[in-house]
Design a binder for this molecule. Structure first.
Ligand SMILES: [Fe+2]
Length: 487
């Protein structure tokens, strides 16, 4: 589905990638990551348990709510729940131990590529109780396998690519616990998807509200300068990175300015008040067409009563907090807002450089603050708050250039289409990334999002993580940040 042709290409604002220099690039992000966190059978079991706890919490609701199609954009919640079990059965139980696994007859129903989300409620889905029993059975087998095929028994695998051709498939999947990381991250992605379904669901709240986020603050500078020069984009050695983050390669970018914080609700209201939704000149041709078709006039789930903007979040109505990152805007809205502000969206390379590049060491960090794992003081992740935190709430999460809240709070739309890095090799299956890349010579139908949201788990995001979606999507927890050329 090809939805847009841009009237101008924001991607052209960045320099093209320099020829890949795998050794240099990989060396630069190697050691500290390896030393950051040993991956053991215990850490894997913990990660599996955490993901499952989320899945069960978001589906601990009435059976009719689990089975209902809340939106044609989303699967019934009970489909997502059984699908994560089926994926675990495929990639852990069957890929590691062989055999037919647990109820292989379910593979067709829970194959995301065989049935559209809108059609899944018409499939012969397992009921809620049956689904939970299925997940429990698969998980029991997985935990048994952890004794035989735990990551402790398979050390880090040097390098990637050609060297791995000689490694038996099972050992390659197990190196650094990769396949466990893939299954854990997959479940967390569906947990976030389930939250988007909950947001689209009508009716009184069924999820408990989150904890209060830390207070916001005024940041010292509204925008920060990222000097021109080379940096390492992507990673070749992060143990749980996906194929689309690989290979690490050197990219040269001219200097640019990027906002310290994501765009606020206050700024989006200023865009509305300035007539931004009604000014065709601010929109790309495809964006304007979509705005007209859908009657877009504010972020999704917003409406105005008297002089006050209200929003509905998980069944609760509240005033729109002004100093919070805007979310539930599509890429076209972000693009129009940027043009109105005399700015542009950063490319994904610019985003990653602003988030991770440390000019002192000359290497890219795993997270903006360094290589250590996210903590509640550094980033709003894992649905602790049920929404974005106020702007300025995470000074401890600042990147070397001074940008804040790049990880967590809201996914950030970038100017870039979703394309493979030079030297990309699909692994372990084409349907994770490769089938979403454009055919040679074609423009991507997707736009890349970076940084994760408040609904993303810490294990499922890092500075190199790439998400993608159609430029029309608004149910995801996405906002944006503005940038401009320097000089
Ligand atoms: Fe999936």
């Amino acid at each position: 589905m090809r939805l847009t042709r841009l009237t101008r290409s924001p991607a052209s604002l960045a320099s093209p990638a320099a020829p890949a220099d795998r050794e240099t690039a990989a060396d630069q992000d190697a050691k500290p990551i390896r030393e950051a966190k040993p991956i053991t059978a215990d850490t894997v079991a913990d990660a599996l348990r955490t993901a499952r706890q989320r899945s069960l919490t978001y589906t601990d609701i009435a059976a009719e709510d689990l089975l209902r199609q809340h939106s044609p954009l989303m699967s019934p919640l009970v489909w997502d729940l059984a699908h994560v079990g089926n994926y675990e059965d495929l990639w852990l139980v069957r890929a590691l131990a062989g055999g037919t696994g647990t109820r292989p007859g379910l593979d067709d129903i829970y194959d995301a590529f065989r049935h559209s989300r809108a059609s899944r409620s018409r499939l012969a889905l397992l009921g809620p109780a049956e689904t939970r029993a299925y997940l429990h059975e698969v998980r029991g087998r997985t935990l048994d396998l952890l004794d035989r095929f735990g990551p402790d028994r398979f050390g880090p695998m040097a390098g990637a690519g050609a060297e791995t051709a000689a490694v038996p498939e099972r050992e390659r999947l197990l190196a650094d616990g990769f396949v466990y990381g893939m299954v854990v991250q997959h479940e967390h992605m569906h947990d976030e998807t389930m939250l988007a379904t909950h947001q689209l669901r009508q009716g009184p709240p069924v999820l408990a509200p989150g904890a209060a986020p830390p207070p916001g603050r005024r940041v010292p500078r509204p925008e920060v300068l990222v000097p021109g020069g080379e940096f390492t984009l992507g990673t070749s050695i992060h143990p749980w990175a996906f194929d689309n983050e690989d290979p690490a390669h050197r990219v040269h970018l001219p200097a640019f300015w990027i906002d310290t914080l994501p765009v606020s609700n206050r700024a989006q209201i200023a865009f509305i008040d300035a007539g931004g939704y009604d000014d065709e000149r601010l929109w790309s041709a495809a964006g304007w067409e979509w705005r007209q078709t859908e009657g877009l006039s504010a972020p999704a789930f917003w409406w105005r009563e008297g002089g006050t903007w209200l929003r509905r979040r998980f069944g609760r109505v509240e005033p729109v907090p002004l100093d919070e990152p805007v979310q539930h805007v599509c890429w076209y809205e972000a693009e129009a807002h940027a043009r109105w502000a005399g700015r542009r969206l950063p490319t994904e390379a610019e985003w990653e450089k602003a988030a991770a590049y440390d000019p002192v060491t000359g290497r890219s960090r795993r997270y903006p603050w360094g290589d250590t794992d996210p903590t509640p003081e550094r980033a709003n992740l894992g649905n602790w708050t049920s929404g974005p935190a106020p702007l300025g709430a995470y000074p401890a999460g600042a990147s070397p250039c001074g940008a804040e809240q790049m990880i967590g709070d809201v996914w950030e739309w970038t100017a870039s289409g979703f394309t493979p890095y030079p030297g990309f090799v699909s692994y372990p299956y084409r349907e994770y990334s490769e089938v979403f890349f454009p055919k040679a010579g074609r423009e991507s139908s997707f736009r890349v999002l970076r940084g994760g949201s408040w609904a993303t788990d810490a294990v499922a995001v890092r500075a190199t993580f790439r998400n993608w979606d159609y430029p029309i999507r608004r149910q995801i927890f996405a906002g944006f940040r503005l940038a401009r050329d320097a000089g």
